[in-house]
Write a protein that binds this ligand. Structure first.
Ligand code: MN
Length: 513
């Protein structure tokens, strides 16, 4: 049981009709119950499926979909047509359902019982027929959904359902997500900005500004004893120079202030019921910290690193889209163990086939992607309004494949850009004590980086080792936004064509719906 999904449900509705008599529906019901019990018992599905019975008429479909909309525990609906289910009866129900929808094309029996099959059996077990009729109305209504085809016991089928369940759970999580911004966009930056009203309408989350003056009461309330306790946790959890434990050292004072910033930010996030936040290194309050001791004396980088690991969305320099998307990545990957982080493209390393991009940030990389135990260090940071010795966690990422994603506002629509990447072993960076990853964008550096830029992608992105492009396909389908995937098969010629075709498609899309 995954804690974050513990209370959630996905509903399972079986389509049938009364043409073949009540006995047939009883059998359909029995088969459905066994299937749902079997899928739940497989151990492969992160969210529990709840069987909601057969739907045999327009009234029944509408009642189930209305109930699904009203039940907050329900994050999505799986539909399956055991027998023939005339699809006009699904229209009103599907118009009502706004939650994620999965159409499962499967069958109770795996193989045709060649020797015994008669007309009764064929009439009862006709998913091949019923699912096509139902799929027609999904297509006719332009109803966003995921289609999964496969035997319900097969691992591959269950894995595809599991992916959709995780995305549906994260989608539900985003619908009451609040992102708070401690400071605006960094001056003049375009790519991290966007339409917050459209984001709430389309992607679900709400973005608010919280001025530093509202942080100060929480800062003042933090108890010194709690700060001490947290500093000891740091020393226990992270490698560090012993000298930092000297309570009279500047290093200790900086770590102590970092811990106070972390407790402050967590208290603010809790008080505002926020699931994510952004910072801006030019906006850390106007208090004369050196004299008054009131306010952040350094960029709260260590706090951001640790809060990200806890599941809070984070975006640097006011980047609220990345903060929200990181939270979604974190939520989708609960119970998977390789890690995720907000990252930023920094410096290129030209090296033939191994050409790669250094992913780092000033400080704010999530320790969930660390290859080993992170190291707590204090170094001078000369950027932003507080030029100061600054605490941070230093590490390099695990190696291996992953997927990174970003959402940009194209004006009139959001575009999700997804890139498969390969994290490789970096060389040591003795003069750059920050967390980092080094990756080769797929299919290779030249095509991957070019396609990302042609799509207007950010220098910020949300990375995960555990996600695959299928997760993002499901996300884009549910959100009804554009998705561009840069993968192992991408060519620049094809990608350029996709960009042009999408321009036309999204101009026409609104007229079609
Ligand atoms: Mn940045």
């Amino acid at each position: 049981m995954i804690k974050e999904y513990g209370n959630l449900e996905v509903w399972f509705v079986t389509g049938a009709q009364l043409l073949y008599g009540g006995d047939a529906v009883v059998q359909v019901d029995g088969h459905s119950t066994k299937m749902v019990d079997g899928m739940n018992a497989s151990g492969k599905l992160p969210v529990k499926i709840v069987y909601k019975g057969t739907a045999n008429s327009s009234e029944e479909v509408l009642a189930i979909m209305k109930a699904a909309e009203n039940e907050s525990k329900c994050v999505g609906v799986i539909t399956w047509m055991h027998t023939f289910s005339p699809a006009k009866m699904w229209i009103h129900g599907l118009q009502t359902l706004r939650k994620p929808l999965l159409h499962l094309h499967t069958q109770y029996n795996k193989e045709i019982p060649w020797d015994t099959m008669d007309m009764d059996f064929m009439n009862l077990n006709q998913s091949a027929h019923g699912d096509r009729e139902y799929a027609h109305i999904l297509s006719r209504m332009r109803k966003n959904h995921k289609t999964v085809v496969g035997y319900w016991k097969d691992a591959k089928t269950l894995e595809r359902i599991a992916v959709w369940q995780r995305v549906a759970a994260a989608w539900a999580d985003a619908q009451d997500m609040r992102i708070i911004r401690f400071g605006d966009q960094m001056n003049n930056v375009a790519v991290t900005d966007g339409d917050k009203v459209e984001a709430e309408m389309r992607l679900g989350y709400h973005v608010d500004y919280v001025p530093f003056s509202e942080i100060m009461p929480y800062f003042d309330k933090v108890l010194d004893t709690d700060v001490e306790e947290l500093v000891q946790i740091y020393f226990k959890e992270y490698d560090h120079d012993e000298a930092l434990e000297d309570v009279h050292s500047e290093g200790y004072a900086k770590i102590w202030n970092s811990a106070k910033a972390e407790l402050t930010l967590r208290a603010v996030l809790k008080a505002y019921k926020a699931k994510g936040f952004t910072t801006n290194f030019d906006d850390l309050g106007d208090v004369d910290v050196e004299k008054t001791g009131k306010g952040f004396d350094q960029i709260p980088g260590l706090a951001s690193q640790r809060l990200m690991a806890e599941g809070y969305g984070f975006g640097a320099e006011g980047d609220w889209k990345s903060a929200a998307l990181y939270r979604t990545v974190w939520f989708m990957t609960r119970g998977l163990d390789k890690g995720c982080s907000f990252l930023e493209d920094y410096t290129l390393n030209f090296d033939g086939e191994q050409s790669a991009i250094l992913q780092a940030h000033m400080l704010e990389i999530c320790p969930l992607i660390a290859a080993g135990k992170p190291r707590l260090e204090v170094h001078f940071l000369g950027i932003g309004i507080r030029k100061s010795e600054t605490a941070r966690l230093v590490f390099t990422s695990k190696t291996g494949p992953g997927v990174t994603a970003t959402i940009v506002d194209m004006g009139g629509r959001f575009r999700l850009i997804v890139n498969d990447v390969e994290c490789i072993e970096p060389k040591p960076l003795p003069k750059l004590p920050v967390a980092s990853a080094l990756w080769i964008p797929q299919p290779n550096f030249e095509v991957g980086a070019a396609a990302w830029m042609m799509a207007g992608g950010t220098h910020h992105s949300c990375f995960s080792y555990d996600l695959t492009p299928e997760y993002w396909e499901d996300y884009a389908e549910i959100a009804d936004i554009e998705m561009l995937h840069i993968g192992r098969e991408t060519t620049l010629e094809g990608f350029k064509r996709d960009l042009k075709i999408n321009e036309i498609y999204y101009l026409l899309n609104k007229a079609l719906k």
